[in-house]
Every structure is written in C-alpha cells, then in structure tokens.
Design a protein around this ligand. Structure first.
Ligand SMILES: [Zn+2]
Ligand SMILES: [Zn+2]
Length: 251
C-alpha cells in the first residue's frame, strides 16, 4: 500500500525546537497530517524516544526511533533504529563523543525529557546542539554496526550538510539520502532520495513527508509496536517502493 512517512522530526528535547513540541503533540499532529510512519530524531539524543513510542502507538502511528547526529565536520546524519532501546543505547554511546560545551539554557533553549503525557522527567544540563568528535564516515559506520540506518540529512542545505561541509557525498553505507529539493546526482550518488519535515514547531509537522509503497502487514506490525518488522520493511521499501519526496507528490 502507498503510505506517507516522515523520518526526521524534533521534540522539546532539541534546544532549538519549540517547547510545545512534545512527543504526544508530534504523534497527534503527525496522524492528523496523514502520516502512517513517523520517526523522532532529536539532535544527538534519543531520550524522548520512549515517550514517543507510547504516544505514537496510542495514535495508531507506526513509530521508528533515532536521533540526528552531528559529525566532527558538522554534517548532520539521521540515524534510525527499530526500537527505543536500540536508539537509547546508541544515544548513550554518542553522548561520550559530544563536545563538552558550557550550556546556557536561557540563551540556547531548554532540553526537556518528557513522558507520553507531557510530564517533565528531566531538564538536561549538557548541550545537545554541538558536534561530536566522530568523523562523518566513522559515524555512519558506527550507526550501521549498531543495527541502525544512516541517512545523510538535508544534503542540499547550505549548512550542516555533506554539500556545505564536505562539498560532496562520500561513498557510504546509506539507506537513503534526505534532500530539501530535487538534488543534483553528485549529492545523492544514486541512493534513494527521501524528504523529511525536520519539524521543530507544531506547524512544521508533515510539511515534507515522503510517499512510498510499504507492505501492509509490516505497517500493521509497526502499529502494534513491532518495530523490527517495520524497520526491515521500510528499508526495503525505500529501495524498491518508488519513494516520492514531497516535491514529487504535493504539487
Ligand atoms: Zn539538521
Ligand atoms: Zn533536524
């Protein structure tokens, strides 16, 4: 069946995102925007993924989990995992590679860990918005060896992208690349191209979804919380399900 997916979204854990952007708001508005599969990918942390799992399943959405890691060269990479546990394990490992910057919440924004009902669990006292000490190729290799999928983020954006920081897309084990607009071949290298909303505010939710052909049974499994089945089917669908980024279908 043809479904609408959105693999790049931030919550109130990201210092640059709206405090209104709780995992439950993401799930509710994602569903209202017609999404069937949605991933939470905060900057360098997966700490809101357990809340997103609960909120998404409650809404009938099929969730995936991850984070948007920042390499030493300041290239953003969407990292996806089949379960909150796998995303949290990678997130915990990544934390040891984050540059230790003095964190001023008043200036940079709060980083709030919440539960599925918007209860505050924790305010972080370290900054998630910086770079890690991991080179881009090393970072990609680590994601894949942790059982995740690596998707270079917004490859054609003039900041925090392979084009702005490296000047090209290096060979790598990518599941796909994410673009803002129909990219030049040098920037996607023949990999499948998807779009993502990169939502930081409620009004961004669903704005750049991708449509593709996904196995209906795998989608149902994802809606029941069987993320492993959904994850495998989605990676296959990105390759063979004729993904259409938003510019191809939204007119
Ligand atoms: Zn980014
Ligand atoms: Zn982002």
């Amino acid at each position: 069946m043809r479904v609408r997916i959105d693999l790049h979204n931030h919550s109130c854990l990201s210092p640059c995102a709206s405090l209104e952007q709780s995992p439950s708001v993401l799930a509710r508005l994602g569903r209202a925007a017609g999404l069937q599969v949605m991933a939470l990918t905060d900057h360098n942390s997966a700490l809101n993924c357990p809340a997103f799992a609960e909120a998404a399943l409650r809404e009938g959405l099929a969730p995936l989990y991850g984070l948007e890691a920042c390499s030493a060269e300041e290239v953003h990479l969407v990292c996806l995992f089949p379960s909150p546990a796998a995303a949290l394990a990678f997130s915990e490992w990544l934390r040891g590679h984050l540059e230790p910057l003095p964190y001023e919440a008043e200036k940079l924004g709060d980083e709030v860990v919440v539960d599925a009902d918007e209860g505050v669990v924790e305010l972080l006292d370290y900054y998630l918005g910086g770079a890690t000490d991991l080179g881009f190729e090393e970072l990609c290799a680590q994601v894949v060896s942790a059982g995740g999928a690596a998707i270079p983020a917004h490859v054609d954006r003039p900041m925090f992208s392979v084009s702005s920081q490296l000047g090209f897309l290096p060979p790598g084990p990518y599941a796909a690349v994410e673009a803002m607009r129909d990219p030049a071949r040098a920037l996607f290298g023949g990999f499948p191209v998807v779009s993502g909303s990169d939502a930081h505010y409620p009004e961004h939710i669903g704005r750049r979804a991708t449509q593709l052909e996904l196995d209906g049974a795998a989608l149902e499994a994802g809606r029941r919380g069987e993320g492993g089945i959904l994850f495998e089917a989605l990676l296959e669908a990105v390759k063979t399900g004729r993904p259409e980024p938003y510019w191809a279908w939204s007119g």
